[in-house]
Design a protein around this ligand. Structure first.
Ligand SMILES: *[C@@H]1O[C@H](CO)[C@@H](O)[C@H](O)[C@H]1NC(C)=O
Ligand SMILES: *[C@@H]1O[C@H](CO)[C@@H](O)[C@H](O)[C@H]1NC(C)=O
Length: 481
């Protein structure tokens, strides 16, 4: 009897258990999934070790879509760079921020929404005659110039148009570079461009400099950080691969070059104006290119042109806007910012007053002051459990993560015209200043009229697709690996 009773009891309780808990376990599991999905929208859990570049370069596996793209992109400094540092000093984090601010200042003085004359300190730093004045960017690719072809590792820059490399005999002065300096007399396809040509006129308007005209067209380009290049405007064969070859490509043969180019051999101008590489290769590539910037200096990305660009099927697009007063820059429209899944209440007028550009050479995204302060407030609210750390240069929201192996940050989503979102990768939310100090990787402009700049940290890991002919800019997630 007792055994039957206890059997019945067991049976009953199992049925009850099934009825009561079997069901609710499912509910619990469902709730848990929903909660984690929401958490995923609201926050990132990131291992701090992911912010530290490894000592060795890891490239995507051979045969992947990424490895077959045209040009491999590497950070200028670090284990994946083809440039062997040593001759050129690797800048400190503080120096990188100072250079970045110089670039931003020069973009602001170029794209002036302000009828007022520029502030006194910017006049002192940027020569009034210089139309082109940008800092020099961070990512390099290797291209071939001349016949026979010689390899040159150059900084690529969507904020300027002219491509140039250092040239012998360096009548002025050349800095020390990675590869042998280009020797025009050793290339059978090299030619000077005449001073009276249409190309020379285009160059003058692109660089904002008019030089006295002898027989050979002379260029002079000045960057906001004080760097410059001066020399002959020339034409020779540009080769990106064995099948992507452009005879009579126009570029600067720099005989007097100084500045913060590291040991890079020159610069590849990917701006949208006439002399840029994008314009010169329009017949083949239809003004379509894309890149993926790697999240650390120990990984690589790509720069692709034409049919090899824009492969991310998940890419979302926003209109690319042209400004005839600033023909080199790629303008876009920011409409809002969400932090931790919540859209911040920022009046539209804040973004329409500033306007916005995307730039490969600016490191830290710059926002209108009202937008930045809303972002900062919301971000700080999501980070209250971490001890704060002092500001460093332009970065005013820093944390001491000493002793932590992981950090949970709110998500940051930038909203663009056309309903396109950029869900910023964790590598673009916090930047590692020292081994223990991490800062929010955004900054505010000082004036509401200064143009907002989507910088390269926030573009990391996305395929950024410039469909210039189609008038649109795309973001495809997870593209570098
Ligand atoms: C290009 O012009 C410079 C300056 O006039 C001259 O020294 C050089 O020989 C020219 N090169 C060619 C290939 O014409
Ligand atoms: C975010 O809020 C602003 C107003 O503060 C609004 O104009 C914008 O459309 C919103 N964006 C999204 C994606 O909800």
């Amino acid at each position: 009897m007792a055994t039957i009773n206890s059997f019945l009891f067991l049976l009953l309780s199992s049925v009850l258990h099934l009825l009561l808990f079997g069901c609710s376990e499912k509910v619990e599991a469902y709730r848990f999934e929903e909660m984690t999905a929401n958490l995923r929208l609201q926050s990132h859990v990131v291992s701090l070790s992911s912010f530290m570049p490894a000592g060795v370069c890891s490239t995507p596996a051979q045969g992947t879509k990424t490895s077959s793209r045209l040009l491999q992109v590497a950070h200028k400094h670090g284990p994946c760079s083809p440039l062997k540092e040593g001759k050129a000093k690797v800048p400190s984090f503080h120096e990188i921020l100072i250079d970045d601010q110089a670039r931003v200042k020069s973009i602001h003085s170029k794209i002036s929404n302000n009828a007022d004359p520029p502030a006194v300190d910017s006049l002192a730093k940027i020569p009034a005659t210089s139309g082109q004045s940008l800092g020099t960017g961070n990512f390099v690719v290797t291209i071939g110039i001349g016949t026979p072809k010689q390899p040159f590792t150059v900084i690529f820059d969507t904020g300027s148009d002219l491509t140039w490399i250092q040239c012998q005999p360096c009548a002025g002065q050349c800095y020390s570079q990675q590869d042998p300096i280009f020797k025009p007399s050793a290339s059978s396809t090299y030619s000077n461009i005449s001073c009276n040509s249409a190309s020379c006129n285009q160059l003058q308007s692109a660089t904002g400099n008019s030089r006295p005209c002898g027989s050979t067209c002379i260029y002079q380009i000045q960057y906001g950080d004080g760097s410059y290049s001066l020399g002959y405007f020339a034409a020779d064969t540009l080769a990106l691969s064995s099948s992507d070859v452009f005879p009579k490509f126009k570029f600067g043969c720099g005989e007097n070059n100084q500045g913060l180019f590291g040991s890079a051999d020159g610069l590849l101008g990917l701006g949208r104006d006439q002399v840029s590489m994008v314009s010169q290769t329009a017949k083949k590539y239809k003004k379509l290119f894309s890149y993926c910037l790697p999240p650390t200096s120990s990984s690589t990305g790509f720069l692709a042109f034409g049919s090899q660009a824009g492969a991310s099927s998940s890419a979302r697009y926003t209109p690319l806007i042209k400004d005839s007063n600033n023909p080199s820059f790629y303008f876009i429209t920011i409409t809002g910012i969400s932090v931790g899944g919540k859209n911040l209440s920022i009046p539209q007028s804040v973004f329409t007053t500033s306007g916005a550009v995307i730039d490969s050479g600016t490191v830290i995204t710059r926002l209108p002051p009202a937008a930045y302060s809303a972002l900062r407030t919301a971000f700080r609210q999501g980070m209250t459990k971490y001890p704060t750390a002092p500001a460093i240069s332009i970065l005013d929201t820093c944390y001491n993560l000493n002793g932590y192996s992981k950090v949970t940050t709110p998500t940051i989503v930038l909203h663009f015209g056309g309903g396109t979102d950029l869900n910023v990768d964790p590598s673009g939310i916090l930047v590692r200043a020292t081994s223990t100090q991490y800062c929010l990787a955004f900054a505010g402009n000082s004036a509401a009229t200064d143009v907002a700049i989507l910088g390269n940290m926030q573009q990391q890991t996305f395929e950024v697709i410039y469909n210039v002919a189609g008038g649109k800019l795309g973001f495809g997630a997870g593209a570098c690996s």
